[in-house]
Ligand binder design. Structure first.
Ligand code: ADP
Ligand code: ZN
Length: 749
């Protein structure tokens, strides 16, 4: 597949062809609404998917020829502008076009805004300028210019006959690039174009993986069968952490590759997935192509082209990798399918796990979702027979699952530390850490809160420091001496006096963040080597990889971290995990609070005892009888999920109903209120449809905008989109007011 640009069709193939220039619809990657009509040059019949450049006002914009629509409402031909040229990129395959339309319809987004995700790098639509390299054509003896030491070094480097780009050559020969150019000008070197290999290409032969256990083998066979079936299917690969899910789905990856297809693996946080990449390389002997926000423009261009040309065979990426123009996709894997990171919350808000399933359906291919703690959505889809499921019940090679126990903070109270103050670590957890360290093993303390303290309060008047732009407290970050809003990024210096009562030295940090916990741990265990891992202390894939490596090498005894330590890392020496505040995620009105806390803590717990030594997990809680804590302790996931499902059903909440959140926001509070009232007045009324609200959104003010929220709830068998379209068309939204439509919302801020 792949093929040349713009599939020309012989004219006698198309009914109704005449000599007049033909119109084509062109969808532009801009939030402009629908596709526009243009005239195709008479000699080039442009098939849907062709990538073309067209005039738009005074600009030239590249877009895609879109599938034709009914003939009405069309501008007369003499008013149309002509397509300027056809780009040198393969046409967008049909499933990709259908996917763009599908996503736009489902999420009520502009098709052009969705197309932008499929065409994110305009430069990729044309071949890159060839990279030039220098090769030697004269030996030192026949040099037309004087042989200086520098020139000789260049010629020596090139003695192997290989061509090198100028910067590389200059570096290797330790000369300036002027020396290289001088030699070229003198005729001693010639310039040749070089073609770097496509990202994500494959070796000649696919290596065999490790021998699989019996249950792994059965699971792998099931997935391989789905790939061979060459039809749409969704399979949930459900197995405890360390059971070998990755090893198992690698077999399905191999099968798809052996069939000449492309494979997409979505990871929740590609920037933190150094270990995954390393494993893939060890298994397949090549690096996969990567797609995520940290790539340079040139990498994005090369990767997009390699995917479009079918040369990139394996792509591993963040959610946006779903929109790449795969001509031969044969398998989509969503690793850690329950992860909230798959939901995009800005731009076009979409859920990449759900859209991976849609993409697989449109392509008629297999989709595999993996998790140790599947989402209730996926569990329900399995129960209803929409998805298949394959289970891996045990850890690989007999590694035991960690033993989980609660610490009841009402009885086992932390005592203040001499000369240090408040403590957040109960005596029994402190003892467990001490034992672990004494045994020469590693321990980890988990607290999902960045910074030093989540709140700063005046001891004399009670004033709390709040973000000037949001309904949120400012979080103290002591390492950088700043107060930060975690919602809008507002940053300020900690004041010396209370801004309200002007008392001096009265501001006190309330509650723990990981920085404060680190301070406490250092006071308790002065001899231990401690390290803090949070998204603001370990930034980017490289520093994450270095950090993880140093933990693995045993250079750290005691690790303190937020949720980024929970993500898929394998620390063989780690035998104790202490969860400092297991109740943290359970407060608040989020529909999925219980489910998510369970997933996160289960994943954190899974870091312990992944190698020979057994692991232990301690959960500090004020509510050991809470179903989430009980399920973590007993390991009875399925009964917990059954109760969760029952509660959702009773409350008529997803996955048993459908929700759409409407967030109205405006710098002017009364405008936000007026629009919200208008929406409430015209809300659809019919059987099976309910509108909840309006209410101030939990973040009543965010980035200086006042926010109101409505929730539309429909029965599962009732699509909310047509209702929404009709509803929103009835309400006028003034310029300054923004209406954010979030279909299947996950965040409830
Ligand atoms: P999961 O994805 O379910 O957490 P992994 O696939 O990461 O599990 O496997 C856990 C560990 O066990 C990894 O280090 C992996 O290399 C190893 N492993 C799993 N299955 C096998 C196997 N069949 N042979 C050798 N090592 C295996
Ligand atoms: Zn703020």
């Amino acid at each position: 597949m792949g093929g040349a640009a713009a599939n020309p069709q012989p004219p006698d193939d198309s009914p109704g062809f005449d000599a007049r220039p033909r119109r084509v619809r062109v969808l532009l990657p801009l939030p402009l609404g629908e596709a526009y009509d243009y005239l195709a040059p008479p000699e080039t019949a442009l098939a849907p998917g062709a990538l073309v450049e067209v005039p738009l006002g005074s600009r030239r914009v590249a877009g895609a020829v879109w599938d034709a629509e009914p003939e009405d409402s069309r501008v007369p031909a003499h008013k149309l502008k002509a397509v300027l040229r056809v780009c040198d990129a393969p046409p967008l395959p049909r499933p990709v076009r259908q996917f763009v339309d599908w996503v736009a319809r489902y999420y009520l987004a502009e098709p052009g805004a969705v197309l932008k995700m499929a065409l994110p790098v305009p430069a990729a639509l044309d071949p890159p300028a060839p990279r030039l390299a220098y090769r030697r054509i004269q030996t030192p003896e026949h040099l037309p210019v004087r042989l200086t030491a520098a020139r000789k070094r260049v010629l020596d480097v090139l003695a192997d006959g290989l061509a090198r780009p100028v910067t590389e050559l200059a570096k290797e020969a330790a000369v300036s690039s002027a020396v290289v150019r001088g030699l070229a000008d003198a005729g001693a070197l010639e310039q040749v174009p070089i073609h770097p290999g496509a990202p994500g290409a494959l070796p000649e032969a696919l290596p065999e993986g490790p021998p699989l256990s019996e249950s792994q083998g059965a699971a792998a066979d099931a997935l391989v069968d789905r790939v061979r079936a060459d039809a749409f299917s969704v399979t949930l690969l459900d197995g405890v952490t360390g059971s070998g899910k990755t090893e198992v789905y690698f077999q399905a990856v191999k099968e798809a590759l052996a069939q000449g297809r492309q494979v997409l693996v979505l990871l929740p946080e590609i920037a933190l997935s150094a270990q995954w990449l390393e494993r893939f390389e060890r298994r397949f002997g090549v690096e996969p192509a990567q797609w995520h926000s940290e790539l340079t423009q040139a990498q994005r261009r090369d990767t997009w082209r390699a995917v479009a040309r079918g040369e990139a065979r394996v792509v591993v990426g963040a959610r946006s990798a779903l929109f790449l123009p795969y001509p031969a996709l044969g398998l989509v894997v969503v690793d850690e399918e329950h992860e909230p990171a798959f939901k995009q919350e800005d731009g076009v808000p979409y859920h990449a796990r759900d859209m991976a399933v849609v993409r697989a359906r449109l392509g008629g291919i297999a989709c595999v979702l993996t998790s140790a703690t599947p989402s209730l959505e996926s569990i329900e889809n399995v129960r209803a027979g929409r998805y298949d499921s394959v289970r891996l019940p045990e850890r690989h090679a007999g590694a035991a699952l960690p033993e989980v126990a609660p610490i009841d903070m009402r009885k086992d109270r932390p005592t203040p530390i001499e000369g240090h103050g408040t403590s957040y670590i109960a005596p029994s957890l402190r003892d467990a850490v001490a034992e672990t360290l004494a045994a020469g093993e590693q321990a980890m303390l988990f607290l999902n809160r960045r910074g030093y303290a989540p709140l700063v309060l005046c001891r004399s008047c009670g004033h709390r420091l709040q973000c000037p732009h949001c309904t949120a407290w400012l979080v103290e970050h002591r390492l950088i001496h700043r107060l930060q809003c975690h919602h809008c990024g507002f940053v300020t210096h900690p004041p010396d006096t209370c801004p309200e009562c002007e008392a001096a030295d009265s501001l006190a940090a309330c509650g723990p963040g990981v920085e404060r916990l680190t301070e406490e741990v250092r006071a308790l265990f002065p001899d231990a080597r401690t390290a803090l891992m949070a998204s603001d202390t370990v930034t980017g894939p490289d520093s994450a990889a270095r950090f993880v490596e140093s933990v693995r090498r045993g250079e750290v005894d005691l690790l303190i971290g937020t949720q980024i330590v929970a993500k898929g890392h394998h620390f063989p020496g780690l035998t104790l995990v202490g969860v400092v505040d297991a109740d943290l995620g359970l407060a608040g009105g989020d529909l999925r609070a219980g489910e998510r806390t369970y997933q996160l803590l289960h994943q954190v717990a899974g870091r312990a005892g992944r190698a020979e030594k057994p692991g232990r997990v301690l959960l500090q809680t004020y509510g050991p009888e809470h179903p989430v804590i009980e399920a973590l302790v007993s390991g009875e996931r399925d009964s917990f999920l059954a109760v969760e499902a029952e509660n959702r059903k009773l409350a008529e909440m997803p996955p048993f109903t459908r929700l759409v959140a409407l967030i109205v926001s405006s710098p002017e509070e009364d405008q936000a209120d007026a629009v919200t009232r208008g929406l409430a007045r015209t809300a659809p009324e019919r059987e099976g449809v309910e509108v909840l609200g309006p209410a101030p959104a939990p973040m009543a003010v965010l980035r200086g905008r006042h926010r109101r929220r409505l929730l539309l709830k429909t029965r599962r068998d009732q699509a909310p989109q047509p209702l929404l379209r009709a509803w929103l068309a009835r309400v006028a939204v003034p310029n300054k007011v923004r209406l954010y439509v979030d279909v299947d919302p996950y965040g409830f801020l």
